[in-house]
Design a protein around this ligand. Structure first.
Ligand SMILES: [Zn+2]
Ligand SMILES: [Zn+2]
Length: 55
């Protein structure tokens, strides 16, 4: 399990349920955080390390 402090897309703190965090699928180094809202709306994220963008 990986953890992120903030949603990568909108920057809200990741607290509670419905949030997720995972390693960037491209570089595998940066942790991408997603809040429940961004997950529902499939908001895109950008890896701060390699610039990978994904839904
Ligand atoms: Zn978000
Ligand atoms: Zn990356």
């Amino acid at each position: 399990m990986v953890k992120a402090e903030k949603c990568t897309s909108c920057g809200v703190p990741l607290l509670g349920k419905g949030t997720s965090a995972f390693k960037c699928p491209q570089c595998g180094e940066n942790i991408v955080g997603r809040c429940s809202q961004c997950r529902e709306q499939s908001v895109k994220y950008t890896c701060g390390k390699c610039g990978f963008t994904g839904p």
